[in-house]
Design a protein around this ligand. Sequence first.
Ligand SMILES: [Zn+2]
Length: 154
Amino acid sequence: MHCPQCQHDDTRVLDTRSQEAQAIKRRRQCAACGFRFSTLEKPIREDVSVEKRDGRIEEFDRQKIAASLQCALKKGYRQRDVVDALADQIVSKLLATKPQRLTSTQIGEEVMRCLKDFDALAYVRYLSVHRTFADLDEFRKRIGNEEKKHGDVV
Ligand SMILES: [Zn+2]
């Protein structure tokens, strides 16, 4: 691990902590300039690939799921914990059948299912960013029907 400050290639590990179930954080210090920094070690599942809508293949990345959740949830929640918990839930559902390849659509749908149960506003936000306008129209129709139903009850 090179020092981010001076690029020296010898750094000392000051301590190692298990941050969460799936990550290890190490505090390091550069042997040359004394700069202190931390590294986070996370396992990567190299056996799962993701096919994008345009046909490109990339590595399955939990971090991307977490980032889109973060974006959809905005600041309404105790961010990190909630995002982590939801991301874990989504990842374990997606990988439950031990697939070798997922599509970005499958991932998006699982994220939406999860958000829908968790927070309607975040769900709409996610939908408006990640889905096409055709899907949005369909969504508005469904919302409209729900409102009508409620109207009948009251
Ligand atoms: Zn250094």
